[in-house]
Design a protein around this ligand. Sequence first.
Ligand code: SF4
Length: 428
Amino acid sequence: MRVRGRLSVVTVGCKANFADSAAILAHAARAGFEVVGDGAPADVLVINSCTVTRRADRDCRALARRLRRAHPGAVLVMTGCFAETTPEARASVPEVDHWLGIREPSGLPLLLRFLAGNAPPPDEELSDFAAARLLGHSRVFLKVQDGCDAACAYCVVPKARGAGRSLPRREVVERAVRAERDGAREIVLTGIHTGRYGADRGDRDGLAGLVEGLLQATSGCRFRLGSVEPLEISSALVSLLSKEGRLCPHLHVPLQGGSDRVLLRMRRPYTARQYRERLDLLAAEVPGIRLGADVIAGFPGETRDDFEETMRLIRDTPLSYLHAFPYSPRAGTESAGWTDDVSAAEKTRRVARLREADVAMRREYLGKQVGKTLVAAASARDPKTGEMRGTTENYAEAVFRAAIAARGDLIPVRIDAVRGEHLEGTAV
Ligand code: SF4
């Protein structure tokens, strides 16, 4: 099959996938495609997929069906973590024309060149900033690391993404400098196991060293860290978060469970107490920092008492939001074969309790922002109300009145009120 023309990418899943999608667009432009935004008519559609939960699998299958119906003549390519799945799972999505595993780095350029036929090469490379714009993002997602060497009992990601590997520090810095020069005002450092940045290269300064290098090499953009495992929050990282105004005071620290018994069974390398101590330290050293966590409800063998321990830990820890998921067994993982699964009804009940706690925590945190001036990265203007939307340095969504603001600009906003899940304010 030979096609050429327009290509777009639809992304499911985490921030690392957003960064991969930007890279796919850059490869596509190099192969001669006209890259277009999600939703535009396209000749080739790439789904950058996720398989972290059973629900993510379902979403990817449904997306393939929907895109096939909407674009009957387009070539449909599936890449990302779901594409690393079993042959049976691939067979359940007959709408897909080409599967592309994410562990074959040369596969993507080859496939794209093949699909592009004899399209002429572009005049200019597609930069990280331009790709982010095409994906509808106001921020650049820069993937500094991929893969994972941990072996959490429930997690299929190391199987899908392979061993941990980091981008050389010089390359990360060059890309950030270029993104800043092109106009990026916020760069999000993503990865699968970002806290292990540099470990595979014998880089002893790790993530903190990388952040320091980035801050030295740039001057106008701010940086945000994605997810960092609790034991990988080094004192150097805490110190950077407390002193550097251009490093956003926000960190996602996966918890997964709050009972030591369950954490041990999950093969998570910390205790509930260690988790709490790390977060207490962050809250003390970085006043106002926004801290969030993932929590799995109903891991095999999780008793009601275990779950209550998780709820207590959450109450006692300076978290301000949660991502709660019901446990679902993933083929090929250690816990998939365990038979002491928690009933579906009980998982639903526990997730509902976690989500209630999440709503209360968010409300409390947002309430404390009223009266402050925060700096929002503007994302879009509401055509009906004329109000701007944006994400503040402490990861709150803000809606604000601003006469002049373009997507991506950093706008100081005085916070006047909380409206639902958002902050409301006025540009100052
Ligand atoms: S640290 Fe654990 S949960 Fe995170 S990607 Fe690695 S194996 Fe999965």
